[in-house]
Design a protein around this ligand. Structure first.
Ligand code: NAD
Ligand code: DAU
Length: 351
């Protein structure tokens, strides 16, 4: 099949990136898909075992914070478009080590922007730099209201500050150099291949092993959850139909308090593990709150739904069933990612 486009996806070995890579490789056999990832603790090529043999899939190991390596890689691959997902993504880690987030999320993004600008300088218009970002750049909401695309940025954690900074650089390159860009800001994702440092997979793993479920503060914080495959579908839609220079919010209109999610997980796990009702809830343990913990995120995704016709495909309860089932039938994946360094991280974070 003749190649129509070379698409470079950064961070494709991570949680969301692997679902995006799979969607692009299988849905668009006419695209050559290059997955470029540094394979940090969060990157895992096991996530892509099912598609690694496809002829239009290529893996390249690379660190976006290495300026020279990015320039060289762009000149070698000559991508027509970039889908940028590589990032340090965990808020708790950003509280302990902000510099790693500045290196990858800010400087790494600028390295990619520079490499794209250099490669595309004679013909900007036929290209696209798509930057994948987060709702956390908008800060924290009280009980009412939603984040809109024009909500002022007000990041509160080192992670969200680094993502906000990267968003600003992406827009600045569009405004200053005419780089064709698009940005999307998504709410909390969940689903298969989610690294078990994040709330949902951490609780699934701990319930399985009868370990305490650490709930920060009172568990009253609210997040808006979206199944990861629906985020990948939204990225596909925006990549192909989004307006250059625009921003699109992505979310599920699906707000949950942390404590309610954990209770739901306990019920689903009790049923699937044949434990008597209420067994896993006994593992719930309230622990010291996250520093500067954002109270509530809630995305208004109407622009994406009305202008580009995307909508989530799954109800939350169905998505949680699928997610728990995936973790229970992928024990080896879970064992591999929770051995070694994970134990050290867990000790440091939860004591
Ligand atoms: P993740 O931590 O699971 O994966 C990140 C990937 O980036 C990993 O494969 C890692 O190896 C790679 N990476 C990290 N540093 C790198 C570097 N210097 N060079 C090259 N590769 C590097 O993250 P995720 O949850 O899949 O998030 C992907 C993107 O989506 C991030 O930009 C994140 O900010 C954004 N996002 C995430 C969520 C969410 O709920 N997880 C929601 C909205 C937006
Ligand atoms: O909103 C999008 C963001 O969602 C993404 O940009 C981030 O990359 C992603 O990690 C996620 O950030 P959160 O901080 O919301 O996700 P996390 O799973 O770490 O936490 C979800 C909520 O659960 C949050 O209120 C903190 C709480 N929590 C988390 C952990 C790990 C606990 O109560 N206990 C825990 O052990």
């Amino acid at each position: 099949m003749a190649t129509t486009k070379k698409v470079l996806i950064t961070g494709g070995a991570g949680f969301i990136g692997s679902h995006v890579v799979r969607l692009f490789v299988t849905k668009y056999p006419e695209y050559e898909v290059y997955n470029m990832d540094a394979l940090t603790y969060a990157g895992n090529l096991e996530n892509l075992k099912d598609i690694e043999g496809q002829s239009n899939y290529h893996f390249v190991k690379g660190d976006i914070s290495d300026e020279a390596a990015m320039q060289q890689l762009f000149q070698e691959i000559m991508p027509d478009a970039v889908l940028h997902l590589a990032a340090e993504s965990h808020v708790d880690r950003s509280i302990k080590d902000p510099m790693a987030f500045i290196r990858t999320n800010v400087m790494g993004t600028v390295n990619l922007l520079n490499a794209a600008k250099e490669l595309w300088k004679d013909d900007m218009d036929s290209h696209l730099f798509y930057h994948i970002s987060t709702d956390e750049v908008y800060g924290s909401l009280d009980d009412g209201g939603y984040f809109l695309e024009d909500t002022s940025y007000d990041p509160k954690s080192p992670y969200s500050a680094s993502k906000a900074s990267s968003d600003h650089f992406v827009r600045a390159y569009h405004n200053t150099y005419g780089l064709p860009i698009v940005i999307s800001n998504c709410s909390n994702n969940y689903g298969p291949n989610h690294f078990p440092e994040k709330l949902i997979p951490l609780c699934i793993n701990n319930i399985k092993h009868n370990k305490p479920l650490p709930i920060y503060g009172k568990g009253e914080n609210v997040r808006d959850w979206l199944y990861v495959v629906d985020h990948a579908r939204a990225i596909d839609t925006i990549f192909h139909q989004g307006k250059v220079g625009d921003t699109y919010n992505i979310g599920g209109f699906n707000e949950w308090k942390n404590i309610d999610i954990v209770r739901l997980l306990c019920q689903v796990m009790d049923r699937k593990l044949d434990r008597s009702e209420g067994t896993s809830e006994k593992l719930i343990t309230f622990v010291t709150d996250r520093a500067g913990h954002d109270l509530r995120y809630a995305i208004n995704a109407h622009k994406l739904m009305n202008e580009l016709g995307w909508k989530p495909s799954l109800q939350f309860e169905e998505g949680i069933e699928k997610t728990v089932a995936w973790y229970l039938s992928n024990e080896e994946w879970l064992e591999n990612v929770t051995s070694g360094n994970y134990q050290k991280y867990y000790e440091g974070q939860y004591g």
